[in-house]
Ligand binder design. Structure first.
Ligand SMILES: Nc1ncnc2c1ncn2[C@@H]1O[C@H](COP(=O)(O)OP(=O)(O)O)[C@@H](O)[C@H]1O
Ligand SMILES: [Mg+2]
Length: 286
């Protein structure tokens, strides 16, 4: 992606919103017939799905099947060869970079491998977007503390990324993504490279964000365990942690999209996923 110099950067005071294109029953993200290839290699072919307001859409599929490419398409870092992608009602496939920039102000991104700035402190990493928006430093500090509290890492505010464990870096990355109170969060493999116990603590943060803020989200994972933890737990605000939904209940806002060989193999609810008769899916889930 061509990055903008600070002089070219548009002011962020006008986020890309149009109330007539948003609201209950209107998808926050809608892919329609989306295809992309690199050189001659097709990566995604004719992908269609929607993400409704307050939905958490879990994207599953084998390594290299195009999950990260799909996420980069969703925030306009890549443009498709065919199809349309609507985000907050706007077709982003033909959007100018300046408008995309405004739209991205409403999106929180948790990158694969955290992608923190090693030369910046935790505070400056988390405040990055606020600094870009020229938020006064006192207010920025208050919001950084609030964001770090959410991920239970306020004690690390003055540390540098190199001083943190993998799980802590991932927490910082989540704090950075939620500090702007985004309307859409894109999590690319938030538990990638983490051990199972640490992974669960990160999934717990995703559950907390989902159940406290009800932010529409897309979450990539290659770990089925993460997906089912998301589907079967709720955040208990009184206890301050997640717990299983009683009586084997399933979170209705969590939906699945399974990709394989560039195609949508499954699009639906947790119940539909576990009861699918598709032989590939059955083998994948077992
Ligand atoms: N910028 C790029 N240029 C060329 N090939 C790419 C690029 N990005 C991804 N690919 C290829 O697209 C396929 C899907 O990649 P990716 O979406 O990263 O997979 P994953 O599902 O593991 O996230 C891979 O074969 C990868 O090599
Ligand atoms: Mg990936």
């Amino acid at each position: 992606m061509a990055s903008l110099t600070s002089r070219e950067k548009p002011a962020l005071d006008k986020p890309q919103t149009d109330p007539s294109l948003e609201g209950p029953g209107i998808p926050v993200v809608a892919f329609e017939g989306v295809s992309i290839k690199f050189d001659v290699k097709p990566v995604l072919e004719d992908i269609s799905f929607t993400v409704m307001p307050a939905e958490t859409r879990v994207i599953l599929g084998p390594a290299g099947c195009g999950k990260s490419v799909l996420m980069k398409l969703a925030n306009g870092l890549l443009r498709p060869d065919a199809g349309t992608i609507r985000v907050f009602g706007h077709d982003i496939t033909k959007m100018r970079e300046t408008d995309l920039y405004k739209l991205r102000a409403r999106i929180g991104m948790v990158f694969q491998e955290s992608a923190l700035f090693d030369s910046l402190s935790v505070e400056d990493n988390v405040a990055y977007r606020l600094h870009e928006e020229a938020v006064p430093s006192e207010e920025a500090h208050t919001r950084v503390v609030e964001s770090l509290k959410f991920v239970e890492l306020e004690q690390a505010i003055a540390k540098f990324p190199s001083e943190l464990s993998g799980g802590m870096r991932r927490r910082v990355s989540i704090a950075r993504a939620i500090i702007t109170k985004p309307d859409l969060i894109l999590y690319d493999s938030p538990t990638g490279g983490l051990d199972p116990i640490t992974s669960t603590t990160i999934v717990e943060l995703v559950v907390k964000q989902r159940d406290v803020s009800h932010t529409t989200s897309l979450l990539i994972t290659h770990r089925l365990q993460d997906a089912f933890t998301l589907a079967m737990n709720h955040f208990d605000p009184e206890a301050g942690h997640m717990r299983p939904i009683p009586d084997g209940g399933i979170d209705p806002s969590t939906k699945f999209l399974v990709l394989n060989e560039g195609k949508v193999l499954f699009d639906g609810s947790t119940e539909e996923l576990v009861h699918s008769d598709d032989p590939w899916l059955k083998a994948y889930l077992s």
